[in-house]
Ligand binder design. Structure first.
Ligand code: SF4
Length: 368
């Protein structure tokens, strides 16, 4: 996209006119959840949060990939990192995420474990080809956005005969998590979610159809939105109109990137390499059908099978309220540890580690 077009999405007069329409449309409190960590940061960085009327309550959801990676899954990464003959290949944002014992991959690396930060799954395949004496395990976390690339890496490793490449798949799927949140026990009056801003990147893969249930079964409006200030204001205006009119519609407002039908090719690659499975989400628990296991066709590359890894639920980190934050039940600054025992320099939980984490965003933009 050209810079001129992008400029329109920041145009102050245009943004102001949409904001005025939004204010005129509101009929009462509008508690909206943005599901994606990138939206969390965009809302703060653009200054929108301070411009929105007080009736609009902003809740963060379970859309930060490393934040929802369960403590037990981090424990599995750490156990694997300590095995002889294993090299862990991971994206950098997992390095400081603590497991249930508070230990991180960064600490394991400092203690001598072979942990390499890579920028893509093909980098991990290259690492495997360069280290034939070791098994290189790529840590597969993230949502429908990253899963197709990891699926393609399994095909690439098979085609190239890189037999020491492994993937430990803890990928997660967004729609089942949204349903789990909505089906959860009734929150206290005035504490629920009225509407959703859906994640732009995930929607580019899955399209709009999987969100229909949010409107049809749960009566909530939802908008797929981009990440510029005007995108977010337009989405909020749409949600406010739905609330005013009592019509919980689901709309794609990010058409310059997201097709209604999503990306069929990416989904086909995922469907070939993965099968769906139940998955544990940090702070939320087990969600049926919300994870991705490696398909039998690629069993030779599956670290879970190779190392007989079993994931069992375990208690959350003491004092950390990430679970409540990820469910939109608690604002990060209301966690007793926020900004005191827990800061980006010394994070207690993953929501303070990741740049997409709500706690890190609240801290960086000084919400107290
Ligand atoms: S402030 Fe820290 S301890 Fe509290 S919920 Fe956030 S990450 Fe967890």
């Amino acid at each position: 996209m050209s810079l001129e077009i992008l400029d329109q999405f920041h145009d102050p007069a245009l943004c102001r006119s949409v904001l005025d329409r939004l204010c005129a449309t509101l009929t009462g409190p509008l508690r909206f959840m943005e599901v994606c960590g990138t939206h969390t940061v965009a809302i703060f960085r653009s200054g929108l949060r301070s411009l929105l009327p007080k009736e609009i309550v902003h809740l963060s959801g379970p859309g930060c990939p490393v934040c929802v990676t369960h403590e037990a899954e981090i424990n599995a990464f750490l156990d694997l990192a300590e095995k002889p003959g294993v090299i862990i290949a991971t994206f950098g944002d997992l390095m400081r995420v603590p497991g249930s014992r508070g230990r991180t991959l960064k600490a394991a690396q400092a203690d001598g474990a072979r942990v390499s930060v890579v920028y893509s799954p093909p980098d991990a395949i290259k690492l495997a080809a360069e280290n034939p004496d070791a098994k290189v395990v790529f840590l597969g976390v993230g949502f429908e956005t990253t899963a197709p690339g990891v699926a393609a890496s399994l095909m690439m490793a098979k085609a190239q005969g890189v037999s020491n490449y492994r993937v430990l798949s803890f990928h997660k799927l967004v729609p089942p998590a949204l349903e789990a949140l909505l089906a959860d026990a009734d929150p206290a009056p005035g504490q629920g979610i009225d509407a959703f801003i859906m994640p732009g990147h995930v929607s580019a893969i899955i399209g709009v159809e999987p969100y229909r249930v949010v409107g049809e079964r749960y009566g909530k409006a939802a908008a797929v939105a981009g990440f510029e200030p005007l995108d977010i204001l337009q989405a909020l205006l749409f949600l406010a109109e739905c609330q005013r009119d009592g019509t919980p519609k689901v709309a794609n407002l990010y058409r310059r990137v997201v097709r209604d039908e999503g990306n069929a090719k990416a989904r086909a690659v995922m469907a070939q390499a993965f099968t769906s499975a139940d998955a544990l989400w940090r702070g939320i628990g087990l969600i049926p059908g919300s994870g991705l296991e490696i398909a039998p066709e690629f069993a030779a590359f599956d670290a879970k099978r190779d190392f007989a890894i079993e994931i069992k639920d375990c208690p959350p980190l003491p004092g950390c309220k990430c679970g409540e934050v990820l469910k939109g039940r608690l604002a990060p600054n209301l966690c007793p540890l926020f900004g005191k025992a827990c800061t980006p320099a010394k994070p207690v939980g993953p929501c303070m580690v990741s740049t997409e984490g709500s706690c890190a965003a609240y801290y960086k933009y000084q919400v107290d």
